[in-house]
Design a protein around this ligand. Structure first.
Ligand code: NDP
Length: 504
């Protein structure tokens, strides 16, 4: 194979002689290369993972906890190495990479320590009709889980599936994005240092075809993070083998600002939520709805804060380049369309989207049905809209097909408004904060997907519930038997009426 698609846009992955060549989105310099896995290679990886899964499951919760905590420590000790690689391959500043790693190791720690309590066998009440039965519930691993990861948070996001699936006793075959294969390989290699015996975590590398091959390679579940369009293809492919899927797609997250909100905090949160990581955050803020009573002062604070934010290649820039060069076309289309339809750019404008670094863009007066309000932009842009009250804010916040995260700034009504927003997660008087709370489940509704990573739900996502009903002693009258008598039936009817016949 020869180099095929190394275009003039830096960071575009290329394929060269059976290798995937990864390059810096800021400079175009090669960062490294990994061998591409074809369909046979992917199937082979899944087959080898199967005995590894049995070995890993047999280690038990305590054995897996020890290894996972060793992995957590290895990652932490080699923080400089991985943050430097993330900076070079994904483009993000090293401080942001550090923050991503901090939250990730916190999740590994939580999953490793909680798995036994959440998933291990426990007695559950058997109820009056089965008082002679000892009922036990436990959660067994699925086997081999395929994880298809994105490039925007190349450690944190796939790890929401990987760490939780491993803690639950599964082996994992991981296909990182073609934009960040080296970061993915680093994770696989460091895991192999603490679990050298079997390929419990394997990497397969390549483009979309490698992901497609993994989907149909006989895995017991696919955990996917990426676009809604690709998620639909994966579900269609997985349907052929009834392979269950966990779908984490993007969002169009709103931030709503009530009349009594702390405006400094809300403006600071909107800038961080919208611009950090260059807006390439599935739970990034993309739309802001502000009570008319505080719209002008809020917008002044937001504008001032956004004007001080600049992207760059430096390790300490506010944010880096667009990691996926083709995203520049999407961002430009959204900004241009918004301006053509009467929107105003109060910070930046069309010229801000030159690439690879996109300057902040703040838009006002954008019609609600414009692409910049309805579709995921995945760039450092915000639309800001004035609303007459919080009912209108909630209605507009809920007006897209997405429903991933959200934020509410309100002193009195924060939690009430949070409940009314159609999203998987909502922060109150902060932004993105739920992602760092390991005990909270993470996932969306609608076009943002379904299923959950993180928390107890995230552990159970990679298991099958196993119900065991053990008869402790026989009853004088047979119920589940052809020998059941008329007398027994009459007694059962009397019992049913007495237990369930009353309206209260
Ligand atoms: P995709 O959904 O195309 O890719 C996500 C992952 O799926 C990548 O690992 C990709 O591989 C893989 N993949 C692609 N096609 C298939 C397939 N047919 N079967 C199995 N796996 C496949 O997202 P992009 O990276 O192209 O980004 C497009 C848009 O998606 C972004 O603009 C953004 O809006 C959204 N997105 C959202 C993310 C989130 O965190 N929710 C993360 C990333 C993107 P490869 O990279 O090798 O093509």
């Amino acid at each position: 194979m020869t180099v095929t698609d190394q275009t003039s846009r830096p960071g575009t992955p290329a394929f060269d002689g059976g290798f995937l060549v990864s390059s810096s989105p800021a400079t175009g310099e090669e960062v490294g290369r990994v061998p591409v896995s074809d369909a046979d290679g992917v199937r082979d990886a899944v087959e080898k993972a199967r005995p590894a899964a049995a070995w890993w499951a047999a280690l038990g919760y305590a054995g897996r906890r020890t290894r996972l905590l060793q992995w957590r420590a290895t990652i932490t000790q080699r923080l400089d190495e991985i943050t430097d690689l993330m900076h070079r391959e994904n483009g993000k500043p090293t401080d942001d990479a550090m923050l991503e790693l901090l939250i990730t190791v916190h999740h590994i720690d939580w999953a490793a320590k909680k798995a036994a309590k959440v998933l291990g066998p426990r007695r559950v009440a058997s109820g009056m009709l089965a008082s002679n039965i000892a009922a036990t519930l436990e959660y067994a691993p699925l086997g081999v889980v395929g994880v298809i990861g994105p490039w925007n948070y190349p450690v944190f996001t796939p790890m929401g599936s990987i760490a939780y699936a491993l803690a639950a006793g599964n082996a994992v075959v991981f296909k990182p994005s073609e934009y960040t294969p080296l970061v993915g390989k680093w994770l696989v290699d460091t895991f192999a240092e603490v679990v050298p015996e079997h390929p419990v975590l394997t990497g397969v590398y390549g483009g979309g075809e490698t992901g497609a091959a993994l989907t149909s390679a006989g895995v017991d579940k696919i955990a996917f993070t990426g676009s809604t369009a690709t998620a639909k293809k994966i579900m269609a492919a997985a349907a052929a083998t009834l392979t269950p899927v966990l779908i984490e797609c993007g969002g169009k997250d709103p931030l709503v600002v009530d009349a009594d909100a702390d405006l400094d905090a809300a403006a600071d949160a909107a800038v961080w939520g919208g611009l950090s990581n260059g807006g390439q955050t599935c739970i990034g803020t993309e739309r802001v709805y502000v009570h008319e009573a505080v719209y002008e002062p809020f917008l002044a604070k937001l504008t001032k804060a956004a004007e001080s934010i600049t992207p760059g290649e430096a390790v300490d820039a506010h944010y880096g380049p667009a990691t996926m060069p083709s995203q520049l076309d999407v961002i430009r289309r959204h900004v241009d369309d918004a301006l053509a339809r009467g929107g105003k750019a109060v910070v930046g404008g069309s010229e801000s989207v030159s690439g690879p670094f996109v300057e902040p863009v703040i838009l006002t007066d954008v019609p609600e049905d414009a692409a910049a309000v309805q579709e995921e932009t995945f760039g450092p842009t915000l639309t800001v809209s004035k609303v007459k009250d919080m009912d209108e804010a909630v209605e507009r916040a809920n007006g897209t097909p997405y429903g991933l995260g959200a934020a509410v700034f309100s002193k009195r009504r924060g939690v009430e408004l949070a409940r009314r927003i159609r999203s998987g997660m909502t922060s109150v008087n902060s932004v993105l904060s739920f992602a760092g709370v390991a005990s909270l489940p993470f996932g969306g509704v609608g076009d943002s997907g379904f299923g959950r990573i993180h928390g107890e739900d995230g552990l159970r996502e990679f298991t099958r519930p196993k119900a065991i009903a053990r008869q402790r002693f026989g009853l004088p009258m047979a119920i589940y038997s052809f020998t059941r008598t008329d007398k027994t039936n009459a007694l059962l009817v009397r019992t049913m009426k007495s237990l369930y016949g009353r309206r209260r």
